[in-house]
Design a protein around this ligand. Structure first.
Ligand code: AMP
Ligand code: MG
Length: 429
């Protein structure tokens, strides 16, 4: 177990600590190490999972020199510098045929895309650049260079070369690549087990009657979905927990028996009962941060001891307000989960778009606005505008958004037309 100083000064000793979003992210990243492990999955099951080992190509891809075009194959040295080069058409070779016998000088073969290049022939003239009449092919001078339109054996991937690196999050093309090597399964890292629960006496499950003074629990649904979206998480839904020490303790202990990560919402703000903090702190080392952000602010992160004696379980305790819960999930937990899952991903794209409106903002905190990014009407690129009311509890404006508009810690107010950072919800793959 590492020293409390790695998480910053103890919040219990010094009261809640105010830190920036960047600092919170950096502190979390510095603490985590991947969970690890290996399981072998059929290609069809491996999409979106993290590769556990490097994949080395067992074969050359392509396995033979082959034609990149439908056309005629001949010897490049026989092309004349002027006038038409003429070749007798000696036969044809189709994709999937074994290599045909060599042809004599002055001869060519009709060839299809992907067909094996006959021995000695190195150049393919596409159909549209040549003429064939009475079994004789004419290729006008200057229409191509020797060696053109031939794909080389191993040019895609040579045998023994790394094809896919460990840590890669597998995408459609990767599965195609693995299949092109003849592989039927891949070694992937087992899914992270994330125990999820909501806290609050006022919460009811959808489907239950809504008692006076109560609200439906939305966080467990949005967070479970955000977790599943990652594709590398098994969600353990521990339901609703009342703000009572015994209930909280029982749920936390179950979470620590079953999960690698404990994700909670609610119960970490200033006004919340101290026993939450006492309980968490008794189970490990937890920092309670007041992050300089909106929405968000209260957020706790730490490492908790597991009864199994395995490495720590990681705690992410998110604020209860539904938008704050999701924004802090995206700002802190999501990347951390990728890190725990062993993924080496390029940072998520953070794009710039033109703000359609002026936005008031004071330096000294990071602001996340729910926003819609869309093509500007004048064709000048992408523009972004906030979607309705930005209260931390108003989920509708999050649901209407397709991005977060992010105003950095140091940034002041934004004028209409200024470029701002956006985090898009969707990507192509
Ligand atoms: P808390 O962080 O527990 O103080 O909660 C802040 C606000 O978020 C309160 O208005 C809660 O009722 C609300 N809230 C907390 N948890 C949830 C939840 N799971 N679903 C919807 N709203 C919640
Ligand atoms: Mg609460």
């Amino acid at each position: 177990m590492s020293s409390p100083t790695e998480l910053g000064p103890s919040p219990l000793a010094q009261g809640d600590l105010q830190i920036s979003v960047a600092e919170a992210r950096a502190r979390i990243a510095a603490r985590l190490s991947p969970i690890g492990g290996v399981e072998r999955l059929a290609l069809a099951e491996a999409l979106g999972r993290v590769l556990a080992e490097d994949v080395i190509s067992p074969i050359d891809v392509p396995a033979h020199d082959n034609s990149a075009m439908d056309g005629f194959a001949f010897r490049g040295v026989e092309l004349l510098p002027e006038g038409d080069s003429r070749f007798r058409v000696a036969g044809a070779v189709m994709a999937g045929d074994a290599a045909p016998p060599a042809v004599a000088p002055g001869e060519c073969l009709r060839i299809m895309t992907g067909a094996v290049m006959p021995p000695g022939l190195d150049t393919v003239v596409p159909l549209e650049l040549c003429r064939e009449e009475g079994g004789v092919l004419s290729v006008p001078a200057g229409s191509l260079r020797p060696g053109e339109n031939r794909r080389r054996q191993g040019e895609d991937l040579a045998r023994g070369r790394p094809a896919l690196a460990r840590g890669r999050v597998l995408r459609p093309a990767d599965l195609g690549l693995a299949a092109s090597l003849g592989l039927t399964e891949l070694p992937v890292i087992p899914k992270l087990k994330v125990a999820l629960f909501s806290t609050g006496n006022e919460l009811r499950d959808a489907g239950q009657p809504l008692d006076a003074g109560c609200i439906y629990d939305s966080n467990r649904h949005s967070l479970a979905a955000a977790l599943r979206r990652l594709g590398v998480v098994e969600v353990i839904d521990l339901g609703l927990v009342r703000d009572e020490p015994a209930a909280l303790q029982a749920t936390l202990e179950r979470a620590l028996r079953e999960a690698d990560v404990v994700l909670t919402s609610g119960g970490v703000s200033m006004g919340d009962a101290d026993y939450t903090r006492d309980l968490l702190t008794r189970h490990g080392e937890v920092a309670f941060w007041k992050v300089a952000m909106r929405p968000g602010r209260p957020f706790a992160f730490g490492s908790l001891r597991r009864p199994t004696g395995d490495g720590p379980a990681w705690l992410f305790a998110l604020p209860g307000n539904p938008v704050a819960a999701l924004v802090t999930f995206y700002a802190f937990a999501q990347e951390a989960l990728w890190q725990l899952a062993g993924a080496s991903r390029a940072p998520a794209p953070r794009l710039q778009a033109r703000s359609a409106t002026a936005i008031r903002k004071r330096p000294g905190r990071t602001e996340f606005q729910r926003a819609l990014v869309e093509p500007a009407a004048d064709g000048s690129g992408w523009q972004v505008r906030p979607t309705g009311s930005q209260g931390a509890g108003i989920l509708r404006s999050m649901s209407e958004a397709n991005a977060l508009l992010v105003l950095g810690h140091e940034q002041g107010s934004v004028a209409a037309g200024e470029m701002v950072e956006v985090w898009l919800f969707d990507g192509l793959v």
